[in-house]
Design a protein around this ligand. Sequence first.
Ligand SMILES: Cc1ncc(COP(=O)(O)O)c(C=O)c1O
Length: 366
Amino acid sequence: MVFARKHLLKIESYEAGRPISEIKCQLRLKEVIKLASNENPLGPSPKAIEAVRKALSSINRYPDSSGYYLRKKIAKVLSLEPSNIILGNGSDELIDIIIRAFVEDDENIITADLAFLEYKIVSFINNRNLITAPLKYFKFDLAAIKKKINPKTKLIFIANPNNPTGTYVTKYELEEFFRGLPENILVVLDEAYDAFIDVEDFPNSLNYIKKKNVLVLKTLSKSFGLAGLRIGYCLGLPELISSLEKVRQPFNVNSLAQEAAIAALDDKKFLRKTRSLILEGKKYLCQNLWELGIPYVSSVANFILIDVGRDGVSFFKEMLKFGVIVRNMRQYGLKNFIRVTIGTKKENIRFIKVLKKILKGNTPRL
Ligand SMILES: Cc1ncc(COP(=O)(O)O)c(C=O)c1O
């Protein structure tokens, strides 16, 4: 007897990066590093830690349901109005809220076939039809996405930069995409990794939220190191945001996350430090991959997709034996790839050392 609703039977749950404590215990290893979930290797913003400490004594109270002060803060930072902003329990939750608020039973959602997995999983959980378009040279191909549009299309997800590829669509490509796009189709620009961008032709998404049919997703998980608190937000015109508000649970963002985010948004020093660490680390990793002759996808995010030239799952397991957790790409259907998050200098050096050992066939038996 199966109790689950029928459409759930075809869904495979999201496979998250393996936690350090689990690998330490399972493989009896003392030192384990995690380069698997695109987290901030510097830890959380110090200003956020301080704010959480102060807020701890008030956790007997429900959080501020409207996120009044945090929305006000985000509005100030981005020169918007609080009515342009809705908060989420991570931007993950907002992906779900967006689908539930806007996509009818018989309508469809379009994204790339190799994009952030949550678009697919959450579409399926909500029993919505998902159409995918192939990437071109590991990049979102907006022309291919446009070709997939049919009269039942309601929503398009564009991860910019994309996860797991780290590639981005340029402002010119996005401009072209919006030209002639039917206005009854909502476009979500998911910018989880925008803090790491170092290219001139990246689009300024704030220019687009004046449109009737654009939403922008942001998160404090990566740039400010708040992944464990779960805090993201969505920007758009007030009429779109108010529809999302109807679907949101009243206390979706906890009070510690709200206080941490308010403080973190002022932590420019931490953001600068994070950015330069990631850019330097990326240079080091790419240089070494290049010298080793290992193909990788050029990334503007804080991770790199690497073609290890053999089964990525077993490569991932070999890395685990050395206490290095990366991400295997099985769920993404990328057989010979792993994805590595850029870590601290020490972590990056260790990753390259382990990579070299595995390539030489020196993996320990555990
Ligand atoms: C493209 C993209 N969007 C959204 C998210 C979700 O971020 P969070 O739920 O931590 O805010 C991620 C997380 O890895 C991501 O890669």
